[in-house]
Design a protein around this ligand. Structure first.
Ligand code: FRU
Length: 499
């Protein structure tokens, strides 16, 4: 019997046989969620960049389709977005039957007249996203730059009428550049944001969207998402965001979301706003045209530090769970809160606990079940303990596990994969990530989703998120919760198998 773990996730998207990176062109159209993504149709490492394609009705069950937009002799097809052209501004469809229009980055190859540059191009679909035609007038927007990419386009309604707005990056200048257009073909420069906060080496995959604060539609703020690599808080790739105002021309960050540089010119990354404090949530962007004004994001669950070396085959790399995001007042300031989109039909929890005291002791929880992911939901009062910890995907003899621990003295939540299983495939993989977490009336609220090769942690209603890949050895399924240095009250705990 072959006991080599296969690691294929149960509730996360992977391509069947190939490599993927950034989610692209996330769009909801005619009751279907479309996930396009950076894909190598011919291998399981980065290369031959094209847009792969999958669809889903519920953001959990995905069907893979043929490559949607292929790279060719002229260009690699890099990241970008899709809009539903309801008003047929582009002329690619009709008002009755609007086209989907993809705005992607042409990374021009040596053989091209545009070699040495990256510019923005269009492709359109008039069959609800299944087949795509590149626009003959490509590229539609260049600036003579070799690092101008990752356009995210959205419809904008201003006092002067409606238009399309694009955010893209000038990656090596650590800048987001904004443009506007009436027809998706002709673009006018608006403004530039950055560098600011976590500067890193390259800014990539920006996004800009409005959200009501605490659900109050009279108090709408704008969120600017900036992914960057390397230079994120946990090392390598990661996503930060800014909260502020967009007036149709310029994004202005609120002073409370800007981190001033120290006297020596460096920025304390721990004070920046992070989509995720773990190692494996990158290139995250949101869906266009999502129903009921929902703002749903997906990230690539990987890190350029070791992305091409993950010990899986024939596929390599997957997406995060979809996350519904909102703005909520956290410690008096508007901050992003994220909750994972989870199956509704999970059946009852395999285990529920209420009001249990753990005094310097550990409690065994149901094992992870092969072929299922595990949802662990807990409300814990750390009380007098020094730490409360979950051991996930552990060996029965205690010799290995991924450990999530909350330190009550430092108020920090740490996800430690240094002894999680196969860590040897890359020297940058072994790591422990931590985030500041404040108890809420003495309570730590956690939602953990543990899949075959990942752990996603949503703490305090999703105000803090930590996501890491892990590659446990075969059979390591043991799960437990423990208290050290005092007494913890487990107010509620439920473990549910997701299949
Ligand atoms: C981010 C990124 C993008 C680029 C794409 C290429 O991971 O580097 O900036 O468009 O990947 O695959």
């Amino acid at each position: 019997e072959d006991t080599t773990p296969n690691f294929r996730p149960i509730v996360h998207y992977t391509a069947k046989n190939t490599w993927l990176n950034d989610p692209n062109g996330l769009v909801w159209h005619q009751d279907v969620y479309h996930l396009f993504y950076q894909n190598n149709p011919f291998g399981n490492v980065w290369g031959n960049m094209s847009w792969g394609h999958a669809t889903s009705a519920d953001l959990l069950h995905w069907t893979e389709h043929p490559v949607a937009i292929a790279g060719d002799e002229e260009e690699d097809v890099f990241s970008g977005s899709i809009v539903v052209d309801h008003g047929n501004t582009s002329g690619f469809g009709t008002v009755e039957d609007p086209a989907l229009v993809a705005i992607y980055t042409s990374a021009f190859k040596e053989g091209s007249a545009h070699r040495g540059t990256q510019a923005q191009s269009l492709a359109f679909s008039t069959d609800a996203g299944m087949t795509w035609t590149k626009y003959a007038g490509n590229p539609v927007l260049g600036r003579g730059s070799a690092h101008f990419r990752d356009p995210k386009v959205f419809p904008y309604e201003g006092p002067a009428g409606s238009c399309w707005v694009m955010v893209a990056v000038e990656a090596r200048h650590q800048q987001v550049v904004l443009y506007r257009s009436a027809n998706l073909k002709d673009w006018e420069y608006l403004s530039t944001f950055g560098p600011a906060n976590a500067i890193g080496a390259e800014w990539e995959c920006p996004d800009l969207f409005p959200l009501p604060v605490d659900g109050d539609t009279d108090n709408v703020k704008w969120v600017l998402v900036v992914n960057l690599n390397p230079g994120a808080v946990a090392g390598g790739s990661g996503g930060q965001y800014f909260v502020g105002h967009f007036d149709g021309v310029q994004f202005t960050a609120d002073p409370d979301s800007l981190v001033p540089a120290d006297a020596d010119g460096t920025t304390d990354l721990r004070h920046c706003l992070w989509l995720d404090w773990g190692r494996d949530y990158y290139a995250a962007v949101s869906f266009s045209n999502a129903p009921e004004n929902r703002r749903i994001m997906i990230g690539w669950m990987n890190n350029w530090d070791y992305a091409n070396s993950l010990p899986t085959s024939p596929w390599r790399s997957g997406m995060s769970l979809a996350r519904e995001v909102g703005l909520a007042t956290v410690d008096g300031l508007p901050r992003l809160v994220q909750r994972p989109v989870l199956p509704l039909d999970g059946g009852g929890p395999a285990c529920t606990i209420q009001d249990l005291e753990l005094a310097d002791s550990r409690l065994q929880l149901p094992d992870a079940i092969p072929g299922s992911a595990q949802l662990i939901e807990a409300e814990i009062l750390p009380g007098t303990a020094r730490t409360v910890a979950f051991r996930l995907l552990g060996a029965k003899d205690g010799s290995a596990a991924t450990v999530l621990s909350f330190d009550t003295v430092k108020d920090r939540l740490t996800l430690d994969r240094r002894n999680s299983g196969n860590i040897a495939f890359h020297d940058k993989f072994a790591s422990a990530e931590s985030a500041p977490v404040k108890l809420d009336g003495g309570v730590l609220r956690l939602r953990l989703v543990v899949d075959q090769c990942s752990v996603e942690v949503f703490a305090q209603g999703g105000a803090v998120v930590l996501s890491d890949l892990v590659f446990p050895l075969a059979g390591n399924q043991s799960t437990e919760v423990s208290a050290e240095g005092g007494t913890v009250t487990v107010r509620k705990l439920a473990v549910t198998a997701l299949s």
